[in-house]
Design a protein around this ligand. Structure first.
Ligand SMILES: Cc1cc2nc3c(=O)[nH]c(=O)nc-3n(C[C@H](O)[C@H](O)[C@H](O)COP(=O)(O)OP(=O)(O)OC[C@H]3O[C@@H](n4cnc5c(N)ncnc54)[C@H](O)[C@@H]3O)c2cc1C
Length: 388
């Protein structure tokens, strides 16, 4: 009789993004037997981005905006590795972590979110690494923001927010509200402010910005120096706090093509996952990598290749249940099933003074009740995963 040790299959959850928070909460009540599960993420909590503008405005403490991982993990057999991934070899099913260690997996689920790659940004915006206040990672921003409010107690700060998308708009209004003596300028990056919204919503946004005395410049920052932001038009903006809310990018570790020696001693490039033209993981309707069927990805790190661009970025809060179902299926040896995000989603933009703008398809609305709705949805999201 020969004794054989059965290899215990390993699922790695990379990042504690919103979809993985849902996966963990399900594992807390429905364990997956006979497999090892590891969560790799650097922080012991997940800071919920939707509430960050409210934190900046002073409506929430940072603690109000976080889902601690420990109580969730305690109810599961999931092991937490407090590390970051730095490289992936999708061919060999291995991840390299920031301490140089390697982790191998049978199934990988990626929910690491978008990033602001400092080195890449520095090439187009020199000075950004030295002077910029980066919005991502949110944990870094959350730790630095109180220092800005302290500075504002003695100085009338000149704040320049770079980025005319939802995050830049919400943060500019939150900063103008929280720092009444500051001057706030929003530099859109060349596009109209809130370019992804309908014209009616754009009008609402512009009016709300004007009401808060925020100067909007349809221009692009080309360099940052001490106390100054230089724009493509040649305008020089005096600036104490350049806030970097420019669009986020795919993480550099997805680009890794480093050369490695394979088992046969042949030098080969680490095979990377299929990505879209911007470097985000290309996934199918089942949120499965189009190149590696044992890899799933959800949230902003991925792009649904079966959907038009506008619908491909499934917000990770909604992707959680479908991802959980599909991971459970493949682990049980079944086929995953397609997930169709709704055609229209409710979008809520906080205007800081406890009012907000709502948009749903071509409809839009604004006011205090919209803020109450947003506040209720956001707090309920946090509460739901804290209670488990
Ligand atoms: C100020 C602000 C406000 C926003 N408000 C809204 C809103 O109201 N509604 C909305 O729909 N969207 C909003 N967004 C956009 C929203 O943040 C993203 O769509 C959302 O965070 C994406 O979720 P995610 O789960 O993909 O990633 P994230 O929420 O970013 O989570 C990523 C996770 O991965 C971990 N991680 C990161 N890098 C690594 C690594 N190398 N290795 C291991 N782990 C890693 C992180 O620590 C984190 O746990 C806002 C963004 C900002 C900046």
């Amino acid at each position: 009789m020969t004794l054989s040790t059965q290899h215990q299959k390993h699922l790695v959850l990379l990042g504690a993004g919103n979809a993985h928070i849902h996966v963990l909460s399900t594992l807390a009540s429905h364990a997956l037997p006979d497999i090892k599960i590891t969560l790799i993420t650097p922080y012991p909590r997940q800071l919920y981005s939707g509430m960050v503008p409210g934190f900046v405005a002073g409506h929430y403490t940072l603690d109000d905006c976080v889902i601690p991982l420990e109580p969730l993990l305690k109810k599961t057999t999931v092991q937490w590795l407090p590390r970051r991934v730095t490289a992936l070899n999708a061919n060999q099913c291995t991840l390299t972590l920031d301490d140089g260690s390697e982790v191998s997996y049978d199934w990988l689920s990626v929910n690491t979110g978008p990033v602001q790659e400092r080195k890449r940004l520095e090439q187009t915006l020199p000075g950004v690494c030295e002077y910029g206040l980066f919005v991502r990672p949110l944990e870094g921003f959350g730790a630095l923001w109180p220092r800005v409010t302290e500075l504002a107690q003695n100085t009338a700060l000149r704040v320049v927010v770079l980025g005319g998308g939802a995050a830049g708009i919400e943060l500019a209004m939150a900063m103008a509200y929280r720092l009444p003596t500051a001057t706030v300028t929003l530099v859109t990056g060349g596009a109209a402010v809130g370019a992804n919204y309908t014209p009616a919503v754009q009008q609402r946004i512009v009016k709300a910005l004007v009401r808060r005395n925020i100067t909007v410049l349809v221009d692009t920052a080309v360099s940052i120096q001490k106390e100054e932001v230089l724009l493509a038009s040649g305008t020089r903006l005096a600036c104490d706090v350049p806030v970097i809310a420019t669009s986020a990018q795919a993480p550099a570790w997805l680009e890794d093509t480093s050369l490695t020696l394979n088992e046969a001693g042949i030098l080969s490039a680490a095979l990377r996952l299929a990505v879209d033209e911007h470097g985000f993981i290309a996934v199918d309707a089942c949120q499965r990598s189009t190149s590696h069927p044992n890899v799933f990805a959800a949230g902003d790190v991925s792009t649904r290749m079966d959907l038009p661009l506008a619908r491909s970025g499934v917000y990770a809060v909604r992707a959680g249940p479908a991802l959980t179902k599909n991971l459970t299926a493949v682990i049980a040896g079944q086929e995953p099933s397609p997930h169709m995000p709704p055609e229209k989603t409710l979008n809520l933009l906080s205007c800081a003074n406890q009012t907000a703008i709502a948009s749903w398809g071509n409809y839009s609305a604004q006011g205090r009740w919209v803020w109450w709705l947003k506040d209720w949805i956001d707090r309920s999201f946090i509460k739901r995963y804290r209670r488990i």
